[in-house]
Design a protein around this ligand. Structure first.
Ligand code: NI
Length: 166
């Protein structure tokens, strides 16, 4: 299977801020191949979202597969977000076997580009909104664990270390 290797927290490369996909890359075979391989990698590890950062490609590319819908989200910008926050249990392919509660706006409006560079807008709430925000964090070099604080964070990290000893 032609899939990428996923970086594991706290690999330093997860903290690199990704750069925008440039206009000349849209519609190219190279970009298409990256996205294709990201989808394969995500389904191999049974994830619902993957950011290019997690496979050591520091470009603003996200793939999501949720309820049989596939999303290719390039150069995302959150243009609006609700003031209401919701707390949900998140997991991450870069932090396997553990889950943690993170609080985020419960709905967002997003502007992004597709593989051809066309502009798109989407209003998202629920799991999709959480997932998009989690993946945008990756592009900005933030892993959800680092949005947690205090005892909850240290307990999660302890458990993560214990479960991922090899
Ligand atoms: Ni993640």
């Amino acid at each position: 299977m032609y899939t990428y290797e996923i970086l594991r927290y706290p690999d330093k490369r997860l903290f690199i801020k990704a750069i925008k996909v440039s206009e000349s890359e849209f519609g190219s075979e190279g970009l298409h191949d990256i996205v294709d391989k990201m989808f394969k990698t995500m389904s191999r590890y049974k994830g619902i979202g993957l950011a290019a950062t997690q496979v050591d490609i520091h470009k603003r590319i996200i793939v999501i597969e949720l309820d049989d819908n596939k999303y290719v989200i390039i150069n995302p910008e959150i243009v609006n977000k609700s003031e209401t926050l919701t707390s949900s249990r998140e997991g991450c392919l870069s932090v396997p076997q553990v889950y943690g509660e993170v609080s985020r706006p419960d709905s967002i409006s997003l502007h992004y580009q597709d593989l051809k560079g066309e502009n798109n807008y989407i209003d998202a709430d629920g799991l999709l909104a959480t997932c998009i925000q989690h993946e945008i964090d990756h592009l900005n070099g933030i892993v959800y664990v680092d949005r947690m604080k205090g005892l909850k964070k240290s307990m999660l990290l302890k458990k993560y270390e214990k479960m991922n000893k090899y």
